[in-house]
Design a binder for this molecule. Structure first.
Ligand code: CTP
Length: 407
């Protein structure tokens, strides 16, 4: 449980959208104010059909902001000032409609405009009918918002006002208070502030000719999650990514590349750095002499592809020298004898740590959401339980932070 003392003196801008759960937002205002939080509220037009502006005003002891076009609201408190004078924006309830408008970057009412204009953290508490929540459109909108750094609490499972059962109920007010305290705690925990990190992620594509290439099945999920986790701890992160289906993670500078040689060049351009994490599945070989003419079937024997070895980015970054990052971390994807191979790989590449995992068929690691890893350092091996790739990333980022802070 996060320490609620962190809440005292904080300023929350609460956006109340139009859902039956809006009544719980009144309770949320009370719980926040009891803990010393100043709450300002923006009520959407639909929101005002579920709770009265008067109730919101009485509980916040402030004006209720409703209209993008109101001259008085605008002259007294423009939408820019509304977001600037908050430490956190909370959307509760976050309806399917408002999430869609946020994802699309619309600014068609005061709530959407404030959410678009802000550079403050945003926490959403979705509330809607089960099918609306499970709809591919809502799920895609939510995933996009989360990839941009929007935090989410809930929705919970339960019986809803429409008598259906499933996920869609807004989180309870105290759960939202807890999540808000968690956001402030995370914001103040930035042990990697001032450190620069390079993370490689995804596959590389090595051209055979202008239309064909050699690639591999790497999804980039683990590398992208590591970049986001390092950024969340305050590091200034350059993510060098091969082609993936993933959105750019929040808070990182991203260099999009295709080949191993481009990946190396982008990494070298991002130096100097304190930390390098090589999570990319770099193609070991490229096609020698891939030209700019498409290979044609000419009725004869299939073409023989000659391969040349690609540069080893991890080994290059690990090479001793002035520009070597203080901490270089590599990955070892093995199929059997994981610890022995990975320990040998650590020595061969010259890196400081190796994150080793078993990618045998059936483990579901490659492309999957979970990962079972061992962290191999000079002083021994730490085996972590199977967990989501996001959690592996957070734990690795914490280990990196401990390395630098000595804790
Ligand atoms: N790596 C790299 N550049 C390459 C090849 C690999 O930076 N050209 C990095 C990967 O990002 C990863 C580690 O090196 O951190 C993996 O080492 P590698 O020798 O490629 O391991 P495997 O792919 O498992 O290959 P093998 O077991 O055949 O050695």
């Amino acid at each position: 449980m996060a320490d609620h003392a962190i809440l005292a003196g904080k300023r929350v801008l609460l956006v109340i959208a139009g859902g039956i759960a809006a009544y719980k937002s009144l309770e949320l205002i009370r719980r926040l104010r009891e803990r010393g939080v100043t709450v300002r509220a923006v009520l959407t037009e639909a929101g005002a059909r579920f709770v009265t502006p008067l109730s919101v005003q009485a509980l916040t002891e402030d004006t209720v902001y409703r209209d993008l076009w109101s001259l008085t609201d605008e002259s007294e408190m423009g939408h820019i000032r509304l977001s600037r004078e908050a430490d956190l924006l909370v959307v509760a309830p976050a309806t399917a409609n408002l999430l869609a408008r946020m994802a699309a970057g619309m600014a068609d009412d005061l709530a959407a405009t404030v959410l678009l204009a802000t550079d403050k953290p945003v926490l959403v508490a979705p509330a809607m009918n089960v099918r609306m929540w499970q709809h591919a459109a809502t799920q895609a909108n939510m995933a996009l918002l989360e990839s941009r750094g929007v935090r989410r609490i809930g929705p919970n499972d339960g019986v809803m006002a429409c008598n259906e059962y499933g996920p869609g109920r807004m989180a309870e007010p105290m759960e939202i208070v807890e999540a808000i305290a968690g956001v402030f705690a995370a914001e103040s925990h930035r042990p990697l502030a001032g450190r620069r990190a390079i993370v490689t992620s995804g596959p590389t594509h090595e051209p055979i000719d202008p239309v064909r290439y050699i690639a591999n099945r790497s999804s980039g999920k683990q590398g992208h999650a590591i970049a986001a986790a390092l950024a969340a701890l305050g590091a200034e992160v350059t993510l060098v990514s091969g082609p993936t289906r993933l959105p750019d993670p929040a808070g990182c500078r991203v260099a999009h590349i295709e080949t191993a040689r481009e990946m190396l060049a982008a990494c070298e351009a991002a130096l100097p750095a304190d930390i390098a994490v090589c999570a990319a599945a770099v193609a070991d070989w490229r096609v020698d002499g891939a030209g700019d003419r498409k290979l044609k079937k000419d009725g004869g024997a299939p073409p023989a592809l000659a391969l040349t070895e690609n540069p080893d980015i991890l080994a290059t970054l690990s090479r001793p020298g002035e520009r070597r990052p203080a901490l270089v971390v590599g990955f070892a994807a093995e199929t059997g004898d994981v610890l022995a191979y990975a320990t040998a790989k650590r020595a061969r590449k010259g890196c400081d740590w190796i994150v080793a995992n078993d990618v045998s068929p059936g483990t579901g690691t490659f492309g999957g959401s979970d990962n079972t890893v061992h962290l191999i350092r000079a002083d021994g091996v730490e085996s972590w339980p199977t967990m989501p790739k996001d959690a592996v990333a957070t734990r690795l980022a914490e280990a990196v932070a401990e390395y630098f802070t000595g804790k």
